[in-house]
Design a protein. Structure first.
Lengths: 150, 310
């Protein structure tokens, strides 16, 4: 008997797969998907996975990811994959990888950091550890965990 | 190695070799710093001293350093009479001032300001203290003082005492002392211990694990050098509690009874009540000499980044 798909395929858009179980909701938060977002979106939680045991999957219709969005997702789902879907087919499969530096996508939690002043400067963090994530602000040099950032 | 044009922003940016070069050059600068010899190395050069918050020693010793090298100094201390009071941002202030001078020393209450200044300036920037973050020239003069007094840093027992959580000098000195192979003892009241991030970093980079204690007596017995800082009362909601801590973590002639005879006591100054005034007269009190060493060390930095010495 053919297995039935729990969630139907998307025609065009993005599938973020191999998200560590429990982190899918965080990925939606990072992408700003919540009330008021009009595109069809599916979050599958605790899906059995040979690679990581249990995983979450996010499918978003008519959405392409930007680089800063991918970098941010990498903070909570460092080994996820990100697939581009066109006409029901996966046309591009990418590994999500945390870059060495994150620029302009996160706010420094230190209120005394120059990046929180009225200055023409973007936040910049150096990734010091990937799991668990530790980020050092290039300006105030303080070290932060993910819980401080998101 | 050449430090010409180099910004001095954080001790964490510097290699051991670069620090060694500055310390060796400072040794050569001492007779000039004392006025025993005169120099025209910086003739025709101008140092911009931009002090967005009060400073005595750092500002005056940079001024002395530049003048001892035959250069000129301009700048301000406090922002009341500058265009910052009109709302000008720091980046614009730096872009203006760099056109008037050859180097800039900046002290600012916000953290990361020296790094930002270095990004917008084509002239070398020296961090004179950015909030609770870094004060690299203080750390360099601390290393110079320790080596001057003890002949070495590697293998020395250095005890850091006081509010290790909040004092920027202690964070930087912990890092630099570990880089130079000192054995560190960190003595602080409970709750004011050195940040775990610093401890992890020195373990990772230099394989150094300091001995940590809340017991002042246990921490001082083996020390060759004690570096003390005050309890930062302004960070406590309960000032009485802060004063109580300060009394317990204070250096007196009695505290020093148990220490080695040739112990050296250092402090970045200003000191308030953390050192008993009777200690000032003891031979172990080296903090006023330490503050003088700021001049040759800053002369070395100016000479090296200005390309006048190599």
């Amino acid at each position: 008997m053919k297995e039935e798909l729990r969630v139907k395929k998307i025609k065009d858009g993005t599938v973020i797969d191999h998200i560590k179980a429990g982190k899918g909701k965080k990925v939606l938060d990072i992408l700003g998907i919540g009330n008021g977002f009009s595109k069809t979106t599916a979050l599958l939680m605790n899906v059995p996975s040979k690679r990581i045991g249990k995983k979450d999957i996010v499918k978003i219709e008519d959405k392409a990811l930007k680089k800063d969005e991918v970098d941010k997702i990498a903070l909570v789902a460092p080994r996820a994959t990100w697939n581009v879907v066109k006409d029901f087919k996966v046309t591009k499969k990418n590994e999500i990888e945390l870059p060495e530096t994150l620029e302009g996508i996160l706010k420094c939690p230190n209120p005394k950091c120059v990046t929180n002043m009225n200055e023409p400067v973007k936040s910049k963090f150096k990734v010091e550890e990937k799991e668990p994530v530790k980020l050092r602000c290039v300006y105030c040099e303080r070290l932060f965990g993910l819980e401080d950032m998101l | 190695m050449n430090l010409k044009g180099r910004d001095i922003i954080s001790i964490r940016d510097m290699s051991k070799e670069e620090i060694e070069l500055i310390l060796e050059t400072a040794k050569r600068m001492e007779p000039y710093a004392k006025g025993e010899k005169s120099s025209k190395l910086m003739d025709g050069k101008i140092l911009g001293n931009l002090f967005f918050e009060p400073s005595t020693r750092t500002r005056l010793s940079f001024t002395a350093a530049m003048q001892r090298l035959g250069g000129e100094v301009m700048g301000f201390s406090g922002t009341g009479i500058t265009s910052i009071a009109k709302g000008e941002n720091l980046a614009d202030s730096i872009r203006v001032v760099e056109r008037y001078c050859d180097f800039i020393v900046i002290r600012h209450p916000m953290e990361g300001t020296a790094r930002l200044a270095a990004e917008v300036s084509s002239k070398p920037i020296i961090n004179g203290g950015d909030g609770a973050n870094q004060h690299p020239t203080q750390t360099l003069l601390d290393l110079y003082t320790i080596r001057k007094l003890k002949g070495k840093i590697k293998g020395l027992n250095i005890a850091l005492l006081g509010d290790l959580k909040h004092a920027r000098t202690m964070r930087s000195l912990t890092y630099a002392s570990a880089m130079f192979g000192a054995n560190l003892t960190l003595i602080s009241p409970a709750g004011l211990e050195m940040s775990k991030d610093v401890l992890l970093e020195i373990k990772r980079n230099f394989n150094k694990v300091p001995f940590q204690t809340n017991d002042i007596d246990a921490g001082l017995r083996k020390a060759d050098v004690i570096y003390i800082c005050r309890i930062q009362k302004e960070r406590f909601a309960d000032k009485f509690e802060a004063e109580k801590m300060q009394k317990a973590f204070r250096i007196t002639p009695e505290t020093l009874d148990q220490c080695k005879d040739d112990i050296a006591i250092l402090h970045s100054l200003p000191k308030v009540t953390e050192i008993d005034p009777r200690v000032d007269e003891m031979k172990c009190a080296k903090y006023f000499d330490q503050t003088f060493f700021g001049v040759p060390v800053r002369m070395a930095i100016l000479g090296l980044i200005g390309g006048a010495v190599r």
